[in-house]
Ligand binder design. Structure first.
Ligand code: NAP
Ligand code: MG
Length: 507
C-alpha cells in the first residue's frame, strides 16, 4: 500500500477511535406523536350501569399531565353512596343476565372489546402517555397491544372453562371489586377485567387517582361493545374510594394491585368476611449476571429492566448482582448505555425515559436516592437536560451498595439501580433471596444447567432467563412472600374468579 494511503488509513482509524472515545450520543431530531387523535372531555362522570353519571358525592378532582403539570380534565370522586350504587348495579347485572349467559356469548363481547382496543390503539397509547407520563413507544408497543391480547386470550377461555378445570364444575363467584395502580393503567384494567368477565363475574373497578383517563376511554369502548349495562362499572377516586370498594359487603371477590402497605390494610379489612382475595404487590427484583453471560445483551436487559417506564414497574430489576470477574466491563458498558438514554417529552417517539408519574412519587424517589448517598453508596447519573416543567428524574446508578442500605431493601419505583457483586452462584442466590419481596428475578448466563439451578431456588414468582420484563397473556404472573398471592394471566388467572362445585361438596 502506498505510504500516503496508509497514512490516510491510520488517520481515519485514529479519528474513528477518538470519536468512539468521546462516545457522543446521536442527536435525534424530535419526533413527537400528535396528540390530536385524543379528545379529552372537560369532565368525566362515573361509569355505572352502562352510562356516565354524576357523582352523588358532588366531588371532582383533576388529573394532570405529569410531563407538563397541565390539568387535563376533571374526574368524579366516588363517595360511599356512589360505590354502593356501582356494587348494587353490578350485583343486579350478575343475577339478571351475566351469570347465566353461555360462555360463548360472553366471549363475543370480549372479542369486540379486544378488536376496538386494536382499532383505537393510537388513541389509547397517546392518552396513556399524556395522563401518566410514560414514553409513547412503550404505551404504543407494550401497554395497548398487551391489553388487547389479554381480552383476546381470556375471550378464548370463556366457553372452555369445563375443559380448563375438568371435573371441578367451575362457576362464577359474583361481584369482583378491583383496585389498580398508575404504572400500567390500561393494562392493569385489562388484567383485571378480562379474566373476571370470561368467568362470568361482574365488576366494579377503581383506577388510580393520577391515571383515570384510559379506563374511562375503555368504558366508552365497553359501551360501544354493547356489554350488558352494569357488567362493568368504573368508579374513579383516591384511596378512600378503593377502600369502599373492597370492603363493600356485596363484593364477593377482591383483586388488588398496588403497594404492599395498602395490600396489608386490605388483607386485614377483608379477613373473616369470606371474600376471595388476590394481591399483586411490590417487588425488589434481583437481576443476576454471571461471567459467562452475553454481556452486551445483558446490559440491554438490565437497562430495559429498570429504566423502562421510569422504573415504575413492580417487577423492575432494581437490584443488579454482577459476578465480580465481570464487574468492571459490565459497569463500564452500563454507564455508556445510560449516557445514551433520552429523557424527556413522553410523546416523542425517540424518548426512552419519560416523566415521573406524580410529584409525590418524585419526592419518594428523591428521598430514597438521598438516603443512598447518605449511607455511603456511590452515585452515577449521566449528564442530561431535563425539561423545565413537569416531574423528572435522571437515570441513576449506585455502586458500593451494601445489602443493608435502604436503596437495596426498599422499593424505589423509579429509574434507580443498585449494583452489588457476588463470587459464587450460592452467594448470588443468598443475596437475591434476602428480601421480603419475591415478585420477579432475572438470570443471565450461557449455561442452561445454571439457569435451572438458579430458577428452582430463587424465591420469586416470575423469573426471566437471558431477557427481562417480557409478558404474555398466557403466562401467569404473581408474587411470593410480601409481593402478594394469587396469579394473573394464563390458566392460573382464571381460578381466582371461580368457585368449584367440588370444593362445595368437600366443604
Ligand atoms: P398504592 O398506593 O397501593 O395504590 C394502588 C391503588 O390502591 C390505587 O388505586 C390507590 O388509589 C388505591 N388505594 C390506596 N389506598 C387504598 C386503601 N386503603 N384501600 C383500597 N385501595 C387503596 O400503590 P401505588 O403507590 O399507587 O402503586 C405502586 C405500587 O404498586 C408499587 O408498590 C408496585 O410494586 C405495585 N404494583 C404491583 C404490581 C404487581 O402486579 N405486583 C403491578 C403494578 C404495581 P389512589 O392511587 O387513587 O390513591
Ligand atoms: Mg394524570
Amino acid at each position: 500500500m502506498p505510504e500516503r494511503e496508509r497514512d490516510e488509513l491510520e488517520r481515519r482509524k485514529a479519528a474513528a477511535s477518538s470519536a468512539l472515545a468521546e462516545r457522543t450520543p446521536f442527536a435525534y431530531a424530535s419526533a413527537p406523536e400528535s396528540s390530536e387523535i385524543v379528545r379529552i372531555e372537560d369532565r368525566y362522570g362515573l361509569f355505572i350501569g352502562g352510562e356516565f353519571v354524576e357523582p352523588k358525592s358532588g366531588r371532582w378532582f383533576g388529573t394532570l399531565n405529569p410531563a407538563t403539570e397541565e390539568v387535563l380534565s376533571e374526574v368524579a370522586e366516588a363517595g360511599p353512596e356512589d360505590v354502593d350504587l356501582a356494587v348494587t348495579t353490578a350485583r343486579a347485572a350478575w343475577e339478571e343476565s351475566w351469570r347465566d349467559l353461555p360462555g360463548r356469548e360472553r366471549a363475543k363481547y370480549m372479542y369486540r372489546i379486544a378488536r376496538q382496543l386494536q382499532e383505537r390503539s393510537r388513541e389509547f397509547a397517546v392518552l396513556e402517555t399524556i395522563d401518566g407520563g410514560k414514553p409513547i413507544k412503550e404505551s404504543r408497543d407494550v401497554d395497548v397491544p398487551l391489553a388487547a391480547a389479554h381480552f383476546f386470550y381470556y375471550a378464548g377461555w370463556a366457553d372452555k372453562l369445563d375443559y380448563a378445570f375438568p371435573g371441578r364444575l367451575p362457576r362464577p363467584i359474583g361481584v369482583a371489586g378491583q383496585v389498580i395502580p398508575w404504572n400500567f393503567p390500561l393494562l392493569m384494567a385489562a388484567w383485571k377485567l378480562a379474566p373476571a368477565l370470561a368467568t362470568g363475574n361482574t365488576v366494579v373497578l377503581k383506577p388510580a387517582e393520577t391515571t383515570p383517563l384510559t379506563a374511562l376511554l375503555l368504558a366508552e369502548v365497553i359501551q360501544e361493545a354493547d356489554l350488558p349495562p352494569g357488567v362493568v362499572n368504573i368508579v374513579t377516586g383516591a384511596g378512600e374510594t378503593g377502600s369502599n370498594v373492597v370492603t363493600h359487603e356485596a363484593v364477593d371477590k377482591v383483586a388488588f394491585t398496588g403497594s404492599t402497605d395498602v395490600g396489608k390494610i386490605i388483607q386485614r379489612a377483608v379477613a373473616g368476611t369470606g371474600k376471595h382475595l388476590t394481591l399483586e404487590l411490590g417487588g425488589k427484583a434481583a437481576n443476576i449476571v454471571f461471567e459467562d453471560a452475553a454481556l452486551d445483551q445483558a446490559v440491554e436487559g438490565i437497562v430495559n429492566g429498570i429504566y423502562f417506564n421510569q422504573g415504575h414497574v413492580c417487577c423492575a430489576g432494581s437490584r443488579l448482582f454482577v459476578q465480580e470477574s465481570v464487574f468492571e466491563p459490565v459497569l463500564e458498558r452500563l454507564k455508556e448505555r445510560l449516557a445514551t438514554l433520552r429523557v424527556g417529552d413522553p410523546l416523542d417517539k425517540n424518548t426512552d425515559v419519560g416523566a415521573i408519574n406524580s410529584k409525590q412519587q418524585l419526592r419518594k424517589i428523591e428521598e430514597l436516592v438521598e438516603s443512598g448517598v447518605e449511607e455511603g453508596a456511590e452515585i452515577y447519573q449521566p449528564a442530561c437536560d431535563l425539561p423545565a416543567r413537569g416531574y423528572w428524574f435522571r437515570p441513576t446508578l449506585f455502586t458500593g451498595v451494601a445489602q443493608s442500605h435502604r436503596i437495596a431493601r426498599e422499593e424505589i419505583f423509579g429509574p434507580v439501580l443498585s449494583v452489588l457483586t457476588f463470587r459464587t452462584p450460592e452467594e448470588a442466590l443468598e443475596k437475591a433471596n434476602n428480601t421480603p419481596y419475591g415478585l420477579s428475578a432475572g438470570v443471565w448466563t450461557e449455561k442452561g444447567s445454571r439457569i435451572l439451578w438458579m430458577t428452582s431456588r430463587l424465591r420469586a414468582g416470575v423469573i426471566w432467563a437471558n431477557t427481562f420484563n417480557r409478558f404474555d397473556p398466557s403466562s401467569p404472573f404473581g408474587g411470593y412472600k410480601e409481593s402478594g398471592f394469587g396469579r394473573e394471566g394464563g390458566l392460573h388467572g382464571l381460578e381466582p374468579y371461580l368457585e368449584f362445585e367440588e370444593d362445595g361438596r368437600a366443604g
